[in-house]
Design a protein around this ligand. Sequence first.
Ligand SMILES: Nc1ncnc2c1ncn2[C@@H]1O[C@H](COP(=O)(O)OP(=O)(O)O)[C@@H](O)[C@H]1O
Ligand SMILES: [Mg+2]
Length: 286
Amino acid sequence: MATMLETNNLTFYYPAEEGREATAAVKDVTLQIEKGSFVVVLGHNGSGKSTLAKHMNAVVLPSSGKVYVEGMDTCDEQLLLEIRRRVGMVFQNPDNQIVANVVEEDVAFAPENLGVDTDEIRRRVDAALEAVGMSEFARHAPHLLSGGQKQRIAIAGVIAMEPDCIVLDEATAMLDPAGRREVLSAVKRLNRERGITVVLITHHMNEAEDADRLLVMDHGQVAMDGTPRQVFARIAELKALGLTSPHTVELLSALNESGELLPLDAITVEECADAICRAFGGTVKE
Ligand SMILES: Nc1ncnc2c1ncn2[C@@H]1O[C@H](COP(=O)(O)OP(=O)(O)O)[C@@H](O)[C@H]1O
Ligand SMILES: [Mg+2]
């Protein structure tokens, strides 16, 4: 499998503030992210998630160590534009990411800046809006849209660059549950249908359920790395890092404490219900 992103002994220090010693926000992280994979990053506030994310499209450069985007060294200035085109970022606040007064103009903004010609921009904007299910809003005013719709427009703006990878830094954090579902399903489709690599940073455990891989950050380091099933089964370690497992796994674990022997890798509601029914001798209705 080809590698989309690679960090080699990546360490990053923000400049020391007066009276405070600089501490590493990212500490000696060596990591490879496969092309086409869906990776979720969890971790408490200040664990280094955003700093790591910013290295992924050369917004921030390593203090020491290396970051490669499809083999391109992010420290090579000549590669900067190419790296930024290949890895798109979506941030937390939808209102800070909208630059135009009409949706389709907003989506066209980045490719216009890249010097893409007009016909090609039209094609890309239409395709990008279609990809996030927002075609019917092309002529709308972005500020009248819901948070979830605005984030999908921000994602369309990134898609119009035809990137190979999208990094979403808590892009669902300010959304209501419906908005979160909209954005997540748009992102999952881009990953599944177009093979776009996704790195999704989130606080919502359930957003990690279908990920290929889950990374848990702590104090600037990767504390856990595995499939969601492997990681969420490590309930006690997650708790120690200030995180919880999904309610399903917590429930199974609580039942185990009272003497049951339930599997902790039943993370979806269906799997969890199934496991409980089996244990208690019932059957699950199809
Ligand atoms: N601009 C900054 N200047 C100084 N320190 C920062 C800055 N941004 C983040 N930090 C520090 O770096 C560490 C990691 O932060 P961050 O990458 O934002 O973590 P997360 O995204 O997981 O909340 C924290 O200790 C934070 O206080
Ligand atoms: Mg952050």
